[in-house]
Ligand binder design. Structure first.
Ligand code: PMP
Length: 429
């Protein structure tokens, strides 16, 4: 088929009619699917079924001499040592620099933000809320919930374009010359939603940044550190690079088991330099006596160690890869060559980033909703929910069973084509 832009008016009208007919056929199937978040599939959750039974008796609750059912010694504020070992390995840092928390890394990010706002990042530093207008760098498309944190705290977000190697580092290096820029969001491996892995050069340039703000922090959300389903992408260890440059205080790292064990009922972690961890611990002491150690113990008993986590993720990969392949196959046969869309083809993580014709993402979303498939709202991948091109959509393939996913992907192609037809016809009217 020709590129849509090369179709005559009549050809476009005919194409639109065919697409509308197809869409009506799909609608009659009565699909009711929610693909708005990166939920693991039921088959992935089933692989962690053992978490529900591996701590069944009071005897099971004793770990290295600690009864996890009780508050335990003060060192337990940072979580169970064996869980800290696992997250140290996931994040590539010494376990002594890891605090394991509750069920959500997002809430640990929110807490880190709150501490910076209320108290400043280190003793003696002015709280962010007592400074004039402050700003944050937001590589986009990015993770909507990162942007929500900034928005709710009234922090001005500056969009930084994403490239195939990570955030546009020329832009980042320029923007951090402004002392009002206090930090930056990064999802360095299998980025949400583009699926890219930061290149070594990007990591080295980030580790060498010279921000004008002395209290600048990179929020390094390594949510998909072990979520490879094809190949073996490697992310350079940024903490080691920062330490070599004497800049290790510049980073806060996060991860969780939400997409390893149970989403929303896993374990989350925060890692940072010795100074940052000591400061975090000081406020954490006021906030809690300690995290849910029984849940942490369930995880360490079930997975064992980092090797156990990695072999578990290999089994996840077998379930997840066919789903990504199915979406790719649908896009290849339904959209390739039409000049109306491009998409990422990731090797890990949870998302595919689809760019449709400018001005069409919202329309595609509405058409999909009408056909029974809810996607992440258009615009969500940009600060303030505003995609300047109204072009980007985040596709989350893991949740639906394969059959439904295939149908949803075909419907998506029809909606992308229909929205493009409408747009082109409007433009020529
Ligand atoms: N960070 C990123 C980049 C994510 O994609 C997600 C989940 N979609 C989270 C954090 C949320 O993690 P948690 O469940 O640990 O709060």
């Amino acid at each position: 088929m020709k590129k849509y832009a090369e179709l005559s008016h009549q050809e476009l009208v005919r194409e639109k009619g065919v697409l509308l007919e197809k869409l009506n056929e799909y609608k009659s199937e009565g699909l009711n699917l929610n693909m708005s978040r990166g939920n693991p599939g039921a088959d992935q959750l089933a692989m962690s079924e053992g978490l529900l039974t591996c701590v069944a008796t009071s005897a099971d609750c004793i770990s290295r001499g600690t009864d996890t059912r009780n508050y335990g010694p003060p060192t337990m504020l940072e979580g169970l040592p064996e869980m800290r070992d696992i997250f140290g390995a996931i994040l590539g840092v010494d376990a002594a620099r890891v605090i394991v928390g509750g069920n959500s890394s997002l809430s640990m990010m929110y807490d880190a933000f709150s501490r910076a706002m209320l108290h400043g990042v280190l003793p003696g530093m002015t709280p962010w809320m007592r400074q004039d207008k402050i700003k944050f760098l937001c590589p986009s498309p990015g993770y909507d919930r990162h942007f929500t944190i900034c928005e709710r705290f009234g922090i001005e977000m500056i969009t930084v374009p994403m490239t195939a190697c990570g955030p546009d580092m020329d832009a980042v290096e320029e923007l951090v010359k402004d002392p009002a820029v206090k930090g930056m969001w990064c999802t360095p491996k299998y980025s949400n939603p583009t699926g890219i892995v930061y290149s070594d050069e990007t990591v080295l340039r980030l580790a060498a940044l010279n921000p004008a703000a002395p209290d600048f922090r990179i929020f390094w959300d390594n949510a998909y550190a072990v979520h490879v389903f094809r190949g073996d992408d490697r992310l350079m260890n940024i903490m080691e690079a920062l330490e070599r440059n004497g800049k290790e205080d510049m980073i806060y790292m996060f991860a969780s088991s939400s997409k390893i064990s149970f989403a929303g009922s896993g374990v989350a972690a925060f890692a940072a330099s010795a100074a940052n961890i000591a400061e975090c611990r000081r406020w954490l002491f006021a906030q809690t006596i300690g995290p849910d150690k029984v849940n942490q113990l369930r995880h360490t008993k079930f997975y064992g160690d980092i090797k156990g986590v990695e072999s578990h993720m290999k089994r996840h990969a077998e379930l997840v890869r066919p789903k990504f392949d199915a979406v790719m196959a649908a896009f290849d046969s339904g959209l390739a060559g039409l000049g109306i869309a491009d998409w990422s083809n990731p090797s890990g993580g949870y998302f595919i980033s689809l760019n449709v014709m400018d001005g069409c993402a919202k329309r595609v979303n509405d058409l999909m909703k009408d056909a029974g498939v809810v996607l992440t709202p258009a615009g969500a991948t940009f600060p303030y929910g505003k995609d300047p091109r109204d072009a980007n959509l985040r596709i989350a393939p893991t949740f639906p069973p394969l059959g439904e996913l295939k149908m949803a992907s075909e419907i998506l192609c029809v909606c992308v084509r229909l929205a493009a037809c409408e747009r082109l016809l409007d433009a020529r009217a």
